[in-house]
Design a protein around this ligand. Sequence first.
Ligand code: SAM
Length: 466
Amino acid sequence: MAVYAAAAGVLAGVESRQGSIKGLVYSSNFQNVKQLYALVCETQRYSAVLDAVIASAGLLRAEKKLRPHLAKVLVYELLLGKGFRGGGGRWKALLGRHQARLKAELARLKVHRGVSRNEDLLEVGSRPGPASQLPRFVRVNTLKTCSDDVVDYFKRKGFSYQGRASSADDLRALKGKRFLLDPVVPELLAFPAQTDLHEHPLYRAGHLILQDRASCLPAMLLDPPPGSHVIDACAAPGNKTSHLAALLKNQGKIFAFDLDAKRLSSMATLLARAGVSCCELAEDDFLAVSPSDPRYSQVRYILLDPSCSGSGMQSRQLEEPGARTPSPERLHALAGFQQRALCHALTFPSLQRLVYSTCSLCQEENEDVVRGALQQNPGAFRLAPVLPTWPLRGLSRFPGAEHCLRASPETTLSGGFFVAVIERVEAPSSASQAEASAPECTPSPAPKRKKRRRQAAADAHTLPGT
Ligand code: SAM
């Protein structure tokens, strides 16, 4: 199916409330989901402008067979987009007959509104905000390559490497063909906002993963050592799973669950492209996964990134302008599921460390869920203090909430995000009780090694000013 017909189908589906742009793009079976998603979002953004131009040019009256959604996509591409791509020949001829009139109507609209740029025709709110000015973050997939090789590659292609950023201000100042290493997330490169790597051969080959900065935090903070058994409870489409696999060096096991078959199938493609070989995918309800199943007896790490309102996602604002403030009923339902999923995860018998994350801004889905789960397990788990220099902390709704992290375009150059790291409170063993009462004590080797490793990770990730 040509991209224009697919985009028109998605727009029609969104209008008749069959689903969100993202959901309908995934279920369209169109191969290049990124291309389709971008085209639909941009057409939607300019929807009012396109309606006005199409109406005043009389396009639909003249071309009776042209459906309105397809007309909108085509006119977007002709006047505002990149020009016709796949399947463009047929439509080019049709629109060619109206091109002069359509262009004139667009020019007239600009004169009428007293603006000179296409972007100025947009309503405030659908103009590019901070998110579109954020650096483009690219995670180097260490299952396939390493940062040094990627840096050398881009240098050979004419980019100028500036080393590791020392602060978020360095990232904000990126322009031209410069790029940097992120100051907090290892293996994360930052390019200027206009950089588009969607068609880049290194991305297509799975050497690079295009990932929001904050969405790299969950796997980084879970930090499972190679050989560990990990559960990724709500895993699709799998960017965090592939990050976990990279940290594990493909050694150990990831049990990844998701309810949505279509998202799982995209995930299988993504993982194959990323060279992930340590992951078992299952189309299962995580709430029905039994913690007493012997297969999960060695699971010490769980990543829980459940469905949420998405109120922190900039793209969601585009699809549903009210998404920043989901209804109380929706919030209640989402928070109920999130709370059940978190409490369920905490019942896995060998669990040591869990990361809970959402791309929501709502306290009900974030701090309240974490507080509820800790209250239901008194004394058994606590919030781990992580990334002390990360500037945005959890809302102080309960003691310790400052250990949670929040993220925003303005402060941390990412989508709106929330992360909490929960760790089991070790019951003092009889051995350590004896050590504590001995005049001189030598910590046992295993905990000492573990502690050093965490500390090293914390040091590496806590450069000031991010
Ligand atoms: N962690 C993913 C990533 O980084 O690519 C994104 C996960 S997305 C926020 C939430 C996922 O949870 C959706 O794919 C949804 O299908 C899945 N989900 C919702 N309810 C679930 C359940 N009860 N069990 C397993 N997965 C579920």
